[in-house]
Ligand binder design. Structure first.
Ligand code: GSH
Length: 199
């Protein structure tokens, strides 16, 4: 299994997930700061020419959310996703998709100081997304309740980057407590080390 990525990018989320799974994998640096993502060999892996991307035998997966979902299913023994017949699978999928469909565009809205009509845009607007995230992480400890899942890797990395790393999102007590819980996971700490030492 090979993870293609670069330091200080969304590759962090994929490494965190690989570490949660206990996967054996190689990290392959795609030097996006010098344009390596446009090489034809990498284009064949991710036509968007962005990182991260995962290659597992014949399987190729790009998009960090899809990589997390793929890994949760690929390593069922890690128990990072409710099974298909379990009721929790519904909320699990909801939060897996909420990250890319709502959190990401809401961060872009905030970062670019855009004015949007919340009932027209699919993500409902930045303030709404932040309020919904606060509600989601309040019951604790994890987004599905007692069980940590790939949905926490998605939402946890969104909040870690939004609140702590980029300080784009004003913190709230529920965010701080949730991010602290995420950061206390050994897999999160290993991912931080591996990502910063990616040469
Ligand atoms: N939706 C993609 C976004 C990936 C993305 O934007 N990656 C950035 C780094 S965080 C990148 O590769 N940028 C290089 C470029 O666009 O040339 C995902 O979640 O994987």
């Amino acid at each position: 299994m090979k993870l293609y990525g670069a330091p200080r990018t969304r590759s962090f989320r994929a490494i965190w997930m690989l570490e949660e799974c206990g996967a054996r994998y190689d990290r392959v640096l795609v030097d996006i700061r010098s344009g390596a993502q446009a090489a034809p060999a990498y284009h064949a892996i991710n036509p968007m020419e962005k990182v991260p991307a995962l290659v597992d035998g014949e399987a190729m997966v790009a998009e960090s959310g899809a990589i997390c979902a793929y890994l949760a299913d690929r390593f069922p023994e890690a128990e990072l996703a409710p099974k298909v017949h379990e009721a929790a699978r519904g909320r699990y999928l909801q939060w897996m998709f909420f990250s890319g469909n709502c959190v990401e565009p809401s961060y872009t809205e905030k970062f670019m100081n855009l004015t949007v009509d919340g009932s027209t845009v699919g993500w409902g607007g930045y303030e709404k997304v932040i309020d919904v995230l606060e509600e989601a992480v309040t019951p604790a400890p994890w987004i599905l309740g007692d069980t940590f899942s790939a949905a926490d890797v998605m939402i946890g990395s969104d909040l870690y980057f939004g609140v702590r790393a980029f300080k784009l999102v004003a913190s709230r007590p529920a965010f701080d407590a949730y991010i602290d819980r995420c950061m206390a996971r050994p897999a999160f700490a290993r991912a931080q080390e591996l990502e910063s030492d990616w040469t």
